[in-house]
Design a protein around this ligand. Sequence first.
Ligand SMILES: [Fe+2]
Ligand SMILES: [Fe+2]
Length: 359
Amino acid sequence: MKKTQFISMLGAKDEVESSFLVKYIAVATGKDGKSYLNLILTDNSGEIESRKWQEAEMVAGKIKAGDFVVVSGKVNAFQGRLQLIVDKVTKLNEGQYEPEDFIKKSNSAPEKMFDELVSIVNSLEEIYIKDLLLLILNEYEIKRRLMLWQAGKSIHHAYQSGLLEHILSCTKLANILSVHYQVNRSYVVAGCILHDLCKIYELTEGPNVDYTEEGKLIGHLVKGLEVVDHYAQKIKNFPYQQKMHIKHILLSHHGEYEYGSPKIPHTSEAYLVHLIDLMDSKMSSMDQVKKTDNSTGYWSGMIKHLDRVVYKNELPSFTNYQDDNVERSEKSENAKTNKSDPKDLKQTLGSKLKDFKVD
Ligand SMILES: [Fe+2]
Ligand SMILES: [Fe+2]
């Protein structure tokens, strides 16, 4: 069926008749003891929490996460968030849906991003590091996966080619910031390219991404060392000290022991890679919240991994001076509507905080 209703277009009270990909499905029990179906439905524009109040067990027996379904129902605003109340849900078979409608992709073409990455590598001064990176990036399977893989299950760059987008974005920052802070650019670029590269072994292919066995048992930090060892030994006389410092950057890029780093960054280059990685992942998360959060109004719900609610509206912009009359009329307008009353702002935030939920 041709999909015409996408999640990002939905608003409260909308009638829905559309296909979705099931990201999560489970039977839950309400306060009244009755069971209901808890679903997260997705498409390439976002995701929406959904509930089905009747026939929960029966539907859960037929539909699982990863299935494509057609749903009829109505959008409800509940505690400031949009929720889809499902009336009917039916599983679709292959051929009854267009996979493209459900696969969220990076806005940039992977081939273009890959070429840009290689051109930065070609500009590096350190010859062994340059050779190592080119050898790794041009390996057939690594390149194939890098073009497609997501950077994570859901936190940041969680869409097709998101890993490459994150790596390229970090590498471009490395190019600028290593010069600004006068540290060795080749190490910072290598760190940015290699730090998360082994997510191609840690995670399965999208759109329903999960951890692989190797991801659960070894993880991308330690797997990164294996890859560096494997390719460095193909390069004659690869300097041991240089390899050790690249490995240190990979091992320490999560920055803190509690975030899975067996070492904290001890060199300026390693610290910079960690900070760039942090900055890029957080800014990407902010962007995604603004694009996909389906709370009503300007504020997002509580975003667990950012540990805050996010203001989703554009900030006020003035590229021309306002004349006195406009400012005065705006002030009186605000006074009328109490827009800028701190008490009111407190109340709005208060009700938001009351709704903070970790899910
Ligand atoms: Fe990482
Ligand atoms: Fe990263």
